[in-house]
Design a protein around this ligand. Structure first.
Ligand code: NAD
Ligand code: GLY
Length: 360
C-alpha cells in the first residue's frame, strides 16, 4: 500500500503518494484528486524510454486521454525556449483551461512543467511524478517552479503548487549512481536542520540506502517529504523560515559557479557547502566538533564529496557575494545548531568565513 502524506495549504493542499512499484497506480491517485481527464505528459527521451509506457497505459486503461510533450534532456534546456515548445504543443493539441499537465522526470522536468502550468492560459492544474531522488525529496514538493535565463538559474518562475505528487521509489533503480548520491545530500540536509533522530537513522542505514533497499528508500523519502511539507506549510512563499532549506546552498552555489555549471552536481556542491556551514557553526559556537565530524562522516558514507575544490578563499567569497541571497553585503547563512536544528544567521564578517573554511 502506498503511504499518503499531505501538504496542508488550505485550498492548495495536496497528497503525496509514496511507495515501491506504484507507478501503475497513477490513475487511482489522479482519481482521488479529481484531476482533468485530458493530460499532457511532459517528459524527456531518457525518462520516456524507461517509464512513459507504464504511466500512459495505466492512465489510458482508466479512460484518461494522454499525449506526450517531449522536451530535451538537461539543465541547459530549462529555458524560455523549451517553455515555448510546451505552450505551442498545448495550443496545437487544442488544450484548454480544463486540461492538466503531468511532469514525469527529474527536477528539470518538474520545474519547467510547473511553470508552464502556472502560466498557460493563466494557470492549469499539474501533477508531479518525480523520478530522481532530488526531485522526490525536494523539487516536486513545495510549488517552486522556474526556468533559467542566460544571466542565471531559476530567475523566472512562480510559486504554484501541484495537485498531487506521486512517488515510486523503484524508479531510483535506473538512476546513475552519481545522480542518486546527489539526491542523498538533500536527504541528509533534512536530518541536519530539522530532525536529529532522522540523522541518526541515516548514520545507521546509509549502507541500506546506498544499496537501494526498498524499506530504507521509502523511509528516507517519506521522512524528507514530511519535513519539507511542514516547512512549506509554515512559510509557503519563503518570506522567512523556508530559507532553512537552503542549508549548504550558499557555499554550494559558489562551488557550482566556480567549477562551471554541470561539472559538479548540485547535490555534490551542497554536500561540500554543508560541511563548510558546519565548520562555520562550530567556529561560532553553534555546534560541537563531534557534530561537525558526524556530518562530514555521514556525507562521506553516502559517497558525497566533502572538500572544497581548490580555489582561493577570495574566489569563494566573490562568488558568494554575487549570489542573489546576499543583501547589502550581508550573507544570510543557514547554520546548524548541533544536529537537528538550525538558524538563519547574518554573517557580515567575510574574514570569519575565510578563517573557518581555509584555516588561515
Ligand atoms: P534532472 O532533472 O536533470 O535529472 C538528472 C538526469 O537523470 C537527467 O538526465 C534525467 O533525464 C535523468 N533521469 C531522471 N530520472 C531518471 C531515472 N529514474 N532513471 C534514469 N535517469 C533518470 O536533475 P535533478 O537533479 O532531478 O533536478 C535538478 C533541477 O531541480 C535543477 O534545475 C534545480 O534548479 C531544480 N530544483 C528545484 C527545486 C524546487 O524546489 N523546485 C529544488 C531543488 C532543485
Ligand atoms: N528547495 C528549496 C525550497 O523548496 O524552498
Amino acid at each position: 500500500m502506498p503511504e499518503i502524506l499531505k501538504v496542508g495549504l488550505d485550498q492548495r493542499s495536496y497528497p503525496i503518494w509514496i511507495g515501491e512499484g506504484i507507478l501503475e497506480r497513477i490513475d487511482e491517485a489522479l482519481d482521488s484528486v479529481h484531476f482533468s481527464r485530458r493530460i499532457g505528459i511532459v517528459c524527456n527521451p531518457t525518462v520516456a524510454e524507461l517509464y512513459l509506457c507504464r504511466v500512459q497505459e495505466a492512465l489510458e486503461k482508466s479512460g484518461y486521454s494522454c499525449s506526450l510533450i517531449e522536451i530535451p534532456d538537461g539543465e541547459q534546456f530549462k529555458t524560455l525556449e523549451t517553455l515555448e515548445l510546451i505552450y505551442n504543443a498545448l495550443i496545437r493539441q487544442g488544450f484548454d483551461r480544463g486540461c492538466g499537465l503531468l511532469a514525469l522526470g527529474g527536477g528539470v522536468t518538474g520545474d519547467i512543467t510547473g511553470f508552464a502550468a502556472a502560466t498557460f492560459m493563466r494557470g492549469i492544474d499539474y501533477v508531479q511524478v518525480p523520478t530522481t531522488l532530488l526531485a522526490q525529496v525536494d523539487s516536486s514538493v513545495g510549488g517552486k517552479t522556474a526556468v533559467n535565463l542566460p544571466l542565471g538559474k531559476n530567475l523566472v518562475g512562480a510559486f504554484y503548487q501541484p495537485r498531487l505528487v506521486h512517488i515510486d521509489v523503484s524508479t531510483l533503480r535506473t538512476l546513475p549512481q552519481r545522480e542518486f548520491a546527489a539526491g542523498l545530500a538533500e536527504v541528509a540536509k533534512y536530518g541536519i536542520i530539522e530532525d536529529a533522530d532522522f540523522f541518526s537513522w541515516l548514520e545507521s542505514n546509509s549502507d541500506q540506502l546506498v544499496s537501494l533497499e526498498s524499506e530504507a528508500l521509502i523511509h528516507a523519502v517519506k521522512t524528507s517529504c514530511q519535513i519539507k511539507a511542514a516547512v512549506v506549510e509554515g512559510d509557503e512563499r519563503e518570506s522567512g523560515r523556508r530559507a532553512i532549506l537552503n542549508y549548504g546552498h550558499t557555499f554550494g552555489h559558489a562551488v557550482e559557479a566556480l567549477c562551471g555549471y554541470g561539472k559538479v552536481k548540485h547535490g555534490e556542491a551542497v554536500a561540500i557547502g554543508m560541511v563548510v556551514a558546519a565548520a562555520i557553526s562550530r567556529r561560532l559556537g553553534f555546534c560541537s566538533q563531534v557534530d561537525e565530524q558526524r556530518i562530514e562522516t555521514l556525507l562521506r558514507g553516502l559517497s558525497l564529496p566533502v572538500t572544497p575544490p581548490d580555489f582561493t578563499a577570495e574566489c569563494y567569497i566573490d562568488a558568494m557575494t554575487r549570489d542573489k541571497k546576499v543583501v547589502d553585503g550581508v550573507h544570510k547563512y543557514i547554520l546548524n545548531l548541533g544536529i537537528g536544528d538550525c538558524r538563519i544567521h547574518a554573517v557580515d564578517n567575510l574574514e570569519t568565513l575565510l578563517d573557518t573554511v581555509f584555516h588561515v
